[in-house]
Design a protein around this ligand. Structure first.
Ligand code: APR
Length: 202
């Protein structure tokens, strides 16, 4: 598991402008899309703006994407920034009420759908031989998923995937602000505690 941990990086910034780092370069980014795949606000809007109008034209022929699943497309204008693929995944809208937040991970339907977003996105990345994939904090903006709970699901599923796959070589959690990055750091530092009693997610 520790080897997998070495392949995770947390950064703060705009996912459409990956920071150049000596050791690695992001070649695929994940979009927190909606089921139409026709763009929106937040990270979806940023990626469509940066990729240009060819992305929308391409996605219009895909027939949408169900929540929890993922589809991969070219990066169009983002190629100029070294990005070759966009993986569009649709996270769940958080409907659970407050007392369900304390439910064990996996007991709430939204947990399972969010976990599926990470796993399906990583499967597509591996199938397309992506070396370094950047994820935004899926569902934690407009879709209202509690940030800390979402980070636990993201970290546990990415670690689980990397522990059994050579590709992608690296996963970057691209947080939009320092507060979100702090949540990911705290989740990683305390993962042993909650991963021990984590209910198996779907
Ligand atoms: N780079 C990285 N992260 C970003 C960026 C960006 N350019 N813009 C926003 N974020 C962060 C937000 O701060 C949040 O932490 O991405 C996370 C996900 O937020 P949203 O983009 O609102 O996505 P989500 O909550 O999954 O809601 C998806 O919103 O934009 C619409 O079409 C989209 O209907 C879909 C819904």
């Amino acid at each position: 598991m520790n080897e997998a941990l070495d392949r995770i990086t947390i950064v703060t910034g705009d996912i459409t402008r990956p920071r150049k780092d000596q050791q690695w370069a992001v070649d695929a980014i994940v979009n927190a899309a909606n089921e139409s795949l026709r763009g929106g606000g937040g990270v979806d809007g940023a990626i469509h703006r940066a990729a240009g109008p060819r992305l929308l034209a391409h996605n219009a022929k895909l027939g949408g994407c169900r929540t929890g699943l993922a589809k991969i497309t070219p990066a169009f204008d983002l190629e100029a920034r070294g990005i070759h693929h966009i993986i569009h995944t649709v996270g769940p809208i958080w409907h659970a009420d407050d007392d369900e937040i304390d439910a064990k991970l996996g007991d709430v339907r939204e947990d399972v759908l969010l976990a599926s977003c990470y796993t399906r996105s990583l499967e597509l990345a591996a199938e397309h031989d992506c070396q370094c994939v950047a994820f935004p904090a899926i569902s934690t903006g407009v879709y209202g998923f509690p940030k800390q709970r979402a980070a636990q699901i993201a970290v546990s599923h990415v670690l689980g995937f990397l522990a059994t796959h050579d590709r992608p070589q690296r996963v970057v959690f691209c947080c939009f602000d320092e507060a979100d990055a702090g949540i990911y750091c705290e989740v990683i530092e305390t993962r042993d505690q909650w991963m021990l009693n984590r209910k198996r997610l779907g």
